[in-house]
Design a protein around this ligand. Structure first.
Ligand SMILES: [Zn+2]
Length: 419
């Protein structure tokens, strides 16, 4: 009751009640690592704001008339599409964007996966699962400050390091687009030794709507408009700062309609005492506890000849998805893979959605992602062909002027789009 009164009082006292409350709330949710500053060499470096809109398919901006994104990408760089790495899922591709590594090389091979060395399933809040360094850790090690507003996998310290500024998940889920804009304004207004040069933001809206209602829905259109409006506000906030801010707008993957009326099931013939199975929707990883069981199980599954999916040994997966035994650095890809034949998907709880992703970008354009970039570091009015998302990392390290780590990118995108 008292709490309610205070809330009411603050609403009355401040004409812009929402903003005041949001600020107070934001301050309690923000985590700041004390004692960090930009080194003198980093003070005059440019700024990069990386905005990721989950599941924002390559064609959404045009299809749903995202006015801000269309205008800004026309002024800067617009890719026809960007190929997500395999699997076209959220954790895997966010990590690829900030490391330049294919998921098999970063070890973040999906949203759910099993590590055959550790003998346990992925826990995204546990930093020990991340064997490779993301951009924010590399930047912080070089005394260039970073910030995250809910960017995927910034919750756990990786190699003991978190972004200098980050936000805890809000249990009340009352964090609105305005909060991200306020946070960006506040970060860019900090004294230069405390000001983050790399800011990563995340929006889940388009992915949620796409899964639940399918990519061709009014709900996805609304989500696209929501994200577009947020981008407009962020750009205005950055402009106000007068700083050389570069924006990169990306998604992790696209979205495609799937057959959710006839979901596939994991075959009962797989003995759960001898194998671990993990479903990703578009495939199931089957890990053998004893390698001697792989071939007999594979032959049995092949003989079942079940329509709806292909049974494939890890070594026989297509080379262009970089998911074979030589790529599987952390031993996290199944020995046997059950690959759903699009548009079919494996069952999910409580039931499969009408929209999904995960499939190979070389087989399905619907899973392609969005890439737009604008700001002083980028060429103007440039339209480019589709490219692999391992290339984005080098673009960011070059703008920030930091030494990036070896990765799977070839540096072609940076050459093409940077001034
Ligand atoms: Zn998704």
């Amino acid at each position: 009751m008292i709490k309610k009164r205070i809330l009411l009082l603050s609403l009355v006292l401040f004409g812009t009640g929402y903003t005041q409350l949001a600020l107070a709330q934001l301050d309690t949710l923000q985590r700041v690592v004390a004692g960090r500053t930009n080194s003198t060499a980093q003070l005059k470096k440019p700024y990069v704001i990386l905005i990721s809109a989950d599941g924002f398919r390559w064609d959404y901006a045009k299809k749903y008339k995202a006015q801000n994104l269309l205008k800004l990408s026309d002024q800067g760089v617009a890719a026809e599409s960007m190929l997500p790495s395999f699997p076209a899922s959220t954790h895997a591709n966010h990590y690829t964007l900030v490391s330049g590594l294919y998921p098999s090389h970063s070890g973040i091979v999906g949203n759910d996966f099993y590590d055959a060395n550790r003998k346990e399933k992925f826990k995204p809040r546990d930093g020990s699962w991340f064997g490779e360094e993301p951009l924010w850790v590399t930047a912080e090690k070089q005394s260039l400050l970073t910030a995250s507003f809910y960017f995927i996998d910034t919750q756990a310290p990786i190699k003991g390091i978190k972004p200098t500024y980050s936000y805890l998940p809000n249990p009340a889920k009352e964090i609105f687009v305005k909060d991200r804009v306020i946070a960006i304004k506040k970060w860019l207004a900090l004294p230069e030794d405390k000001r983050p040069h790399f800011i990563a933001c995340y929006f889940p809206n388009t992915d949620h709507a796409g899964h639940q209602f399918g990519p061709e829905s009014a709900e996805v259109e609304q989500a696209v408009q929501f994200v577009d409006d947020a981008v407009g506000q962020m750009v205005a906030a950055a402009k106000e700062s007068g700083l050389p801010v570069n924006f990169i707008f990306v998604s992790d993957h696209g979205m495609t309609p799937v057959d959710n009326k006839h979901p596939l099931t994991i075959p009962v013939s797989i003995d759960q005492s001898k194998f671990v199975t993990v479903s990703q929707g578009n495939y199931v990883c089957v890990h053998a506890k004893d390698p001697a069981d792989i071939i007999p199980m594979y032959e049995k599954l092949k003989a079942d000849n079940t329509p709806g999916y292909n049974v494939v040994l890890k070594k026989d997966l297509p080379a262009n998805i970089h998911f074979g035994p030589a790529d599987d650095k952390y031993n996290r890809i199944g020995d046997i893979m059950l690959m759903a034949k699009y548009p079919q998907v494996f069952n999910a709880s409580p039931k499969p959605n009408p929209g999904a992703h995960g499939f190979s970008a070389y087989e399905l354009k619907d899973v392609h992602a969005t890439f737009f970039a604008w700001g002083p570091a980028f060429k103007s009015h440039l339209q480019i062909k589709p490219f692999e998302n391992v290339e984005v990392y080098d673009v960011m390290t070059q703008i920030l002027g930091i030494k990036g780590l070896p990765n799977d990118g070839k540096g072609t995108l940076a050459k093409e789009i940077l001034k």
